[in-house]
Design a protein around this ligand. Structure first.
Ligand SMILES: [Zn+2]
Length: 103
């Protein structure tokens, strides 16, 4: 599975195509450490400040677009997890964090 390399400060993201052990170091523009997101992360447009604020907020609270379990579904043959959708506005993000943050 691929993943995304993100600079929250510059609001940019790119996909890692160089393999898991490649070290991208820090951002060439601002020097911040890159953070690594799940391949499911869809980076907002660079000028969408509101959306990036939500991403930063979630990151501060430890949510990096990893799977967040919502509900375990059990059928007769097998069971599987449903995952939460990540919020896209700050209000939803706050309740998302409140609900899922491990204390
Ligand atoms: Zn940067």
């Amino acid at each position: 599975m691929g993943y995304k390399i993100v600079c929250l400060k510059c609001r940019k993201a790119f996909s890692n195509n160089l393999g898991h052990n490649h070290n991208f170091g820090s951002c060439q523009e601002c020097g911040s450490d890159y953070i690594y997101y799940n391949h499911k992360f869809r980076p907002p447009k660079r000028d969408n400040l509101k959306a990036w604020k939500v991403v930063s907020f979630l990151h501060q609270h430890g949510f990096t677009f990893q799977h967040v379990e919502k509900e375990y579904i059990k059928t007769r043959q097998y069971g599987y997890w449903l995952y939460e959708k990540y919020p896209t506005n700050l209000r939803d993000a706050k309740s998302f964090v409140a609900k899922h943050k491990k204390s």
